[in-house]
Design a protein around this ligand. Structure first.
Ligand SMILES: NC(=O)c1ccc[n+]([C@@H]2O[C@H](COP(=O)([O-])OP(=O)(O)OC[C@H]3O[C@@H](n4cnc5c(N)ncnc54)[C@H](O)[C@@H]3O)[C@@H](O)[C@H]2O)c1
Length: 318
C-alpha cells in the first residue's frame, strides 16, 4: 500500500508514518512543518519507502501531485489546538475545513478511493450522554475547532456518497505519548521548569478527561481499517476511564519531585469551548477486537519522560 499522510511530521502523523513503514508500506508525508518537526521523521528517513513533500494543504496543485499514485490518504494535517479558536476563527475554518475540501478534491482528481480522517471528541460539544456514543443526540457546537472538524466530517461523508470513496472517521479523545507538543502535560512541564513553586491550572482542575496513548490510537485506526468495511466508518477512539486534570497534575508533580502551589483560574472550563467532561463510548471499535494497552497515568508519565529527554521541543515554541 502507498499512503499519503498529511500532517505526517506532527505528533500523531509521524508515529503513524513509522508504523506504516514498519508494516512494509510506502509513505508520502505531506507537511508544511508549521507544528511538525524534522526530528520526528528521523526514523522514517531510514526507510527506502519514505518520501517527504514539504507542502501546504491549501496548495491544491502540490497536494494533487503528492497524492498521485497513492492508494489511501491519512488526513491528519490541521490546526490541532482547540484552545485559541475564538482568537482566530478563520484559522480553524481554513486549516481544517478548507484543507479537507482540498484533500477530497485532490482524491477525486487522482482517483484515490480511501480516506482516514482524524476528527475529535470535541465535535460532541458538551454532550448530555456519558459515555458518549457515536450516535449521541447532536449537541450545540462549543468550539470553532470542533465545528470545523464536524464540517470536515460532513464533507467526507458527502464525498463518500457522491464519488464512491470509502471513509474512516476517528473521533479522538486527547492523545498522549512520545512526540507530543501541545496540551496540558506540555504546558505544565514547561511552566514547572521555569518555576516549580507555583502552577497555574486552567479552570477548577475538576475537568474530567479521557486520554489515549498514541500507539493505542494508531493501533485502533489500523484495526478499524482492516476490519470495518462500510462506505462510511465512524469510530470513537478513547479509553473506558477518565481522570481529573488534578490527577494529572499530581502525577506530573510526583514524577518531577515538586510541590507547587496550585493557582486555579476557576470555573468548570479551562477556556472557551473546553468541555468539562470528555468520556467517549468506545464499544463500537472495541467490538472489532481493539483494546488500549496503556493506562492514562502511564500515558501522562511517558509523555513527561519524553519531554524531559527532549527539552529542545519546549524551547522552540517559546
Ligand atoms: N493530539 C490530540 O490530542 C488530538 C485529538 C483529537 C484530534 N486530533 C487530530 O489529529 C491530527 C494530528 O494532531 P497532532 O496532535 O499530531 O497535531 P500536530 O500539530 O502535532 O500535527 C499536525 C501536523 O500537520 C501539519 N500541518 C498543519 N497545517 C498544515 C497545512 N496547512 N499544510 C500541511 N501541513 C500542515 C503540521 O506541521 C503538523 O506536522 C489533527 O488533525 C488533530 O486535529 C489530535
Amino acid at each position: 500500500m502507498k499512503a499519503l499522510v498529511t500532517g505526517g511530521a506532527g505528533f500523531i502523523g509521524s508515529t503513524l508514518t513509522d508504523r506504516l513503514l514498519a508494516d512494509g508500506h510506502e509513505v508520502v508525508v505531506y507537511d508544511n512543518f508549521s507544528t511538525g518537526r524534522a526530528l520526528f521523521l528521523a526514523q522514517a528517513r531510514r526507510h527506502a519507502g519514505f518520501h517527504l513533500v514539504r507542502g501546504d494543504t491549501l496548495d491544491d496543485d502540490a497536494l494533487r501531485a503528492a497524492m498521485r499514485g497513492c492508494d489511501i490518504v491519512f488526513h491528519l494535517a490541521a490546526n490541532a489546538d482547540v484552545r485559541y479558536g475564538t482568537l482566530h476563527p478563520r484559522k480553524d475554518f481554513e486549516q481544517n475545513t478548507v484543507a479537507t475540501f482540498n484533500v477530497l478534491e485532490a482524491m477525486r482528481d487522482t482517483g484515490v478511493r480511501r480516506i482516514v480522517f482524524a476528527s475529535t471528541g470535541s465535535i460532541y460539544g458538551e454532550p448530555r450522554v456519558f459515555p458518549t456514543p457515536e450516535d449521541a443526540p447532536f449537541p450545540v457546537q462549543t468550539s470553532l475547532y470542533g465545528a470545523s472538524k464536524l464540517a470536515c466530517e460532513g464533507l467526507i461523508e458527502a464525498y463518500c456518497e457522491g464519488y464512491g470513496i470509502q471513509g474512516y472517521i476517528f473521533r479522538l479523545v486527547s492523545i498522549l505519548g512520545e512526540r507530543y507538543t501541545h496540551g496540558h502535560v506540555f504546558d505544565f512541564y514547561k511552566a514547572l521548569r521555569c518555576d516549580c513553586t507555583r502552577l497555574r491550572v486552567l479552570g477548577d482542575g475538576h475537568q474530567r478527561k479521557s486520554y489515549l496513548y498514541v500507539h493505542d490510537c494508531i493501533e485502533g485506526m489500523l484495526c478499524a481499517l482492516a476490519r470495518a468495511q462500510e462506505r462510511i466508518n465512524i469510530f470513537n477512539l478513547g479509553r473506558d476511564d477518565y481522570c481529573e486534570v488534578n490527577d494529572s497534575v499530581r502525577w506530573i508533580c510526583e514524577a518531577l519531585g515538586v510541590q507547587p502551589e496550585l493557582e486555579y483560574t476557576g470555573g468548570p472550563r479551562g477556556w472557551v469551548g473546553d468541555s468539562p467532561f470528555i468520556f467517549l463510548d468506545c464499544r463500537k471499535i472495541r467490538q472489532l477486537g481493539w483494546t488500549p494497552q496503556v493506562s492514562i497515568r502511564e500515558g501522562v508519565l511517558r509523555t513527561l519522560a519524553y519531554l524531559q529527554a527532549h527539552a529542545e521541543l519546549l524551547e522552540e515554541r517559546a
